[in-house]
Design a protein around this ligand. Structure first.
Ligand code: UDP
Length: 313
């Protein structure tokens, strides 16, 4: 049998490590690459004796020429992705979204692999269209603190499309909306681990601003199914992958209190600069092109996530 092989860049990250598991379960060989800047060794520990998995510990901004042999797909999930992480690593974030993505595209070209980019709802910035469709060009502040992530990802999309147009590399672009689940880093600063950890520890829940800003949360297994289908589609334009179930951050804080069973107080802190006011994916395209939509409801996904965080706290 002709075994397929995928290279997962950012394999030790939250979504990257779940993708590694999925491709192994589907019978693929997997080469992971990570420099552990924000990824976690624990996310891959269970694969220590897996013969179809190997790991290269390196920054993808360095040469990827060490990856030899046949490759069928390159999945680029290598980037700091939480606001705290990319504000702490601004240059690494800019480089991995530009130099790193070009290296990854070169690897795909050299090996004849399909290239899949993990892009982000941040390309829409603080959106003036709601919900966000793929046709929307966004409202991004190019000089604000979030720009190190947003503009790197916009450049990543631009260079991915250029490799499609001029180098004939087959490409896929997933615009990933807020995703949550087991293996998120407890201290990555994002709202899901932050609120759950606060509720579990009996600390106040810190809502930034008045909590009226919205997010729409997708469980990681649904995301991974979307990535799997997108890779196997022939679709070479961006596709939103997210859950349209939209909540204000204050509603989310109350949901965490309810699901953890905790009566910790909710306190407010200043809203970070350029924090998007509204965010919800329009997933019409994913439904039509991939036959995909999220299957895991909010309470179920949060239940699984809280159970996992309980073991970490
Ligand atoms: N947020 C919050 N308290 C926290 C962390 C985040 O109120 O302790 C808010 C944040 O201001 C934003 C939303 O939750 O409006 C989602 O933030 P996150 O960092 O998870 O990711 P984003 O969607 O902004 O990239």
């Amino acid at each position: 049998m002709n075994e397929q092989r995928v290279v997962v860049l950012g394999a030790a990250g939250f979504i990257g490590s779940h993708l590694v598991d999925r491709f192994l379960a589907e019978g693929w060989r997997v080469t992971g690459v990570d420099d552990f800047i924000t990824g976690t060794r624990r996310n891959l520990e269970h694969l220590a004796r897996e013969p179809r998995f190997d790991l290269l510990e390196q920054d993808i901004c360095g040469s990827l020429d060490g990856i030899r042999g046949e490759v069928d797909a390159v999945l680029d999930f290598a980037s700091p992705a939480s606001p705290i992480d990319y504000l702490e690593h601004p240059f690494e974030t800019l480089h991995v979204g530009s130099i790193g993505v070009e290296n990854a595209l070169r690897l795909a070209k050299r090996t004849g692999a399909i290239f899949l980019l993990s892009s982000t709802s941040e390309v829409y910035g603080d959106p003036l269209e709601h919900p966000q469709r793929e046709s929307y060009w966004g409202n991004v502040n190019p000089i604000g603190p979030r720009a190190v992530y947003d503009e790197a990802k916009r450049f990543a999309e631009a260079i991915t499309m250029a490799y499609r147009r001029y180098e004939k590399v087959p490409i896929r672009i997933a615009r990933i909306f807020n995703t949550y689940g087991p293996r998120m880093r407890l201290d990555d600063g994002r709202v899901v681990p932050a609120f759950v950890a606060q509720a579990l520890r009996g600390e106040p829940i810190t809502v930034f601003g008045d909590g009226s800003q919205t997010r729409s949360f997708c469980y990681v297994d649904d995301n991974v199914e979307g990535m799997w289908r997108l890779l196997h589609s022939k679709y070479e334009e961006p596709v939103n992958i997210g859950n349209p179930h939209e909540l204000s951050i204050l509603e989310f804080a109350k949901a965490v209190q309810r699901l953890v069973g905790s009566d910790v107080p909710i306190v407010t802190k200043p809203l970070p600069q350029d924090d998007p006011r509204l965010r919800r994916p329009d997933i019409t395209r994913a439904r039509e092109v991939l036959g995909w939509e999220p299957k895991i409801g909010f309470d179920e996904g949060m239940g699984r996530t809280i159970a996992w965080f309980r073991q970490q706290v």
